[in-house]
Design a protein. Structure first.
Length: 192
């Protein structure tokens, strides 16, 4: 089975994440997309993150009606901060029959050369890149690379930060979230 790994803190998961993942799984050779919930991104302040299991629950709620979209908590049991190359190793060990790929926004491709062991990742894994509006340029080594595929997908200018700030400001963000995620956030009084 071909599985695309969509990494993120998903704090919270929103309709933009679902649109991108669904677009990829329906318009590529991927059989499934797994949302890999990241416990702690070394580039983000940990204090702004909800508990790992609360964010995993939101991903579960958001994807439960989609057969091809799945939550994944593999990184919860890995030493922190964790790096993608380690996650890939553990997933391959746990699911040897699956063929894993990475899904990333074009903004991340622009800094991919700063990832730990990025060359080893490219040697063994395919990377699907969806369009994002961002500053900077893509390094020459990543342009026309045989393991990097740019995919057609809507450009989604929606962020979890915007949603958290809007909730804090008591604004209605219900249209930006899957219905069960919105109910869960509201009932738990998150981000207020």
């Amino acid at each position: 089975m071909k599985v695309g790994l969509y990494f993120g803190s998903f704090n919270p998961i929103h309709i933009g994440h679902l649109i991108i993942a669904n677009q990829l799984v329906e318009n590529s050779d991927l059989d499934q997309v797994w949302f890999v919930v990241t416990p702690h991104n070394p580039f983000k302040k940990k204090s702004s993150l909800l508990d790992n299991h609360q964010r995993l629950e939101m991903v579960y709620l958001a994807t439960k009606d989609y057969d091809k979209l799945q939550p994944c908590d593999i990184e919860f049991n890995l030493p922190q901060p964790n790096y993608t190359v380690n996650t890939l190793f553990h997933l391959k060990e746990r699911h040897p029959k699956n063929e894993f790929s990475i899904i990333m926004g074009e903004d991340n491709l622009k800094s991919f050369n700063k990832w730990k062991n990025f060359q080893a990742i490219l040697d063994d894994y395919h990377v699907y890149v969806y369009p994002r509006i961002s500053e900077g340029t893509i390094e020459t080594q990543f342009k026309n690379h045989p393991k990097i595929t740019k995919v057609e997908a809507p450009i989604i200018e929606l962020s979890s930060t915007l949603i958290r700030n809007s909730i804090k400001a008591n604004k209605n963000v219900k249209p930006l979230l899957q219905q069960d995620v919105w109910k869960y956030l509201d009932e738990m009084n998150f981000y207020r």
